[in-house]
Ligand binder design. Structure first.
Ligand code: DLL
Length: 443
């Protein structure tokens, strides 16, 4: 079986033609790779072998793609419990790269890559850039953080594979970012959407208009952002803003990406199998239904992952994309199942609040949700930054704005919450993933 693995692994196509493989061929390739991955995980990773044995499964039971549903799930806690290298299927002598993701609690999770995994990563990131219309000759400012976070180096290697010029600026130092954007003839930028919104503001402060620059494409991901936020970015800057998706456990960025139609993210299905399951029962849901995304890797050597519960909520789009890519799409990930908080019995997701706010007032992208508890009752406050010009408005206009935002949120979540208008720049900006919720209820 390992021989089959090596044989398959040796035949990665170095271009993006795999995006257009006829479906039957794609499914055959997926099945071969799934079978090889299951073998590798079973033979080399104790946790997967043990879980399969518990279900009296052997790799030979995976005969069709549908049989994937027989396999056990894996979770972030599995990576924590086996920290640091317990899920590795390759000896350290073959692992050429490590990344880690800190998460919110406790130990980080550690992920590893062989040289072959690095090549796959380069290729899926190259395909990500191609899908967004980038090519050799583009000058890409890579403002994803470099380091243990997968965003910076993942995008870097993909940009090089594309043959573009990459500027490895990483996140932060915003004024220098704007200088580089202006002076280096940058045509595309990679960043978290929240950091790019911050850069728009810094540029405005410096009197620089993005529309006057060669910049035409933004590659944004690593955190949820709404369609309204995309519109804000595109309107303000005249660029096209593309959504890209990925997670460290699976490879980093490069799991899925939008094409020119900006209508869902194509999953690189020759390397990853997406499933949608009910977040509570774990039962597979039919295509088109919303649920939790579960991903399996098909070609990872160092850390093959079977049926990983991402906690990201989305659905599979079944209609073919007008771009002609045969790899299927998922809808934008607007929320995570574990993002949800409950206020007075109502389930609320931060992304609902963002969408409501920006629908009501499209030029106020800086907000923060603060949860507190008063006399045993949960309270939710939404702080929204107003612009300098608004500060000159009459009080009554600010009151009207506040009421409009309150109503917009109420319409979406069904609860009247406190909306507080706050001064420009009073909400902390992030260089990476934005923190949208501060929960003070258990302090
Ligand atoms: O955020 C990898 C990445 C880097 C993706 C750069 C895109 C661009 P992690 O730090 O492990 O990896 O975080 C993964 O971030 O499970 C989602 O909850 C969230 N996420 C990533 N991309 C998106 C997106 C990187 N486009 C977690 N929309 C994932 C919404 C996203 N959420």
């Amino acid at each position: 079986m390992i021989a089959l693995w090596n044989d398959l692994a040796g035949h990665f196509h170095p271009d993006s033609s795999l995006d257009y493989l006829p479906q039957p061929q794609l499914r055959t390739l997926q099945l071969q790779r799934l079978q090889a991955t299951v073998c590798r995980a079973y033979e080399r990773v104790e946790l997967f072998r043990h879980r399969m044995e518990e279900r009296q499964l052997t790799p030979d039971d995976i005969r069709t793609l549908e049989d994937i549903a027989l396999l056990p799930f894996s979770e972030k806690s599995d990576l924590r419990d086996t920290y640091p290298y317990g899920l590795f299927a390759s000896p350290m002598s073959e692992v050429v790269r490590l990344h880690a993701s800190s998460g919110t609690t406790g130990k980080p999770i550690v992920v590893g890559y062989t040289a072959q995994d690095m090549e796959v990563w380069r290729q899926v990131m190259k395909r990500t850039f191609v899908a967004a219309g980038l090519h050799r000759g583009d000058i890409i400012q890579n403002a994803f953080g470099y380091g243990l976070f997968t965003g910076g180096l993942g995008a870097h290697y993909g940009a090089e594979a594309l043959g573009a010029t990459v500027i490895p600026i990483s996140g932060g130092n915003s004024e220098r970012q704007i200088m580089v954007l202006r002076d280096f003839g940058v045509t595309a930028i990679c960043a978290t959407p929240s950091y790019f919104v911050h850069l728009i503001e810094v540029a405005e402060g410096l009197g620089i208009d993005f529309r006057q620059l060669p910049l035409r494409t933004g590659i944004f991901g690593a955190e949820p952002w709404s369609e309204q936020m995309r519109r804000y970015i595109e309107d303000k800057t005249g660029i096209k803003a593309y959504d890209i998706y990925g997670l460290s456990e699976i490879i980093g960025p490069g799991v899925g990406a939008e094409c020119a139609h900006q209508n869902g993210l194509h999953i690189f299905e020759d390397h990853f199998i997406p499933e949608i399951v009910d977040p509570v029962t774990g039962k597979p849901l039919p295509d088109g239904e919303e649920g939790e995304l579960v991903l399996s890797t098909l070609s990872k050597e160092a850390m093959p992952i079977l049926r990983y519960r991402t906690h990201d909520i989305t659905s599979i789009i079944t209609e073919p994309c007008p771009c002609g890519r045969t790899i299927r799409r998922i809808n934008r990930i607007s929320r995570r199942s574990d993002d949800m908080f409950i206020i007075r019995g109502v389930n609320v997701y931060p992304s609902q609040v963002e969408a409501a706010l920006m629908r009501a007032e499209r030029h106020l992208p800086h907000y923060l949700i603060v949860l507190t508890r008063r006399s045993g009752l949960d309270q939710m406050e939404v702080q929204v930054e107003v612009t300098r010009e608004m500060l000159d408005d009459r009080i009554s206009e600010l009151e009207r704005l506040q009421e409009r935002l309150t109503k917009a949120i109420e319409d979406v979540i069904g609860l009247r919450v406190q909306v507080t208008l706050v001064e420009p720049h009073s909400i902390a900006r992030s260089e990476g993933k934005a923190k949208r919720v501060i929960d003070k209820r258990n302090l």
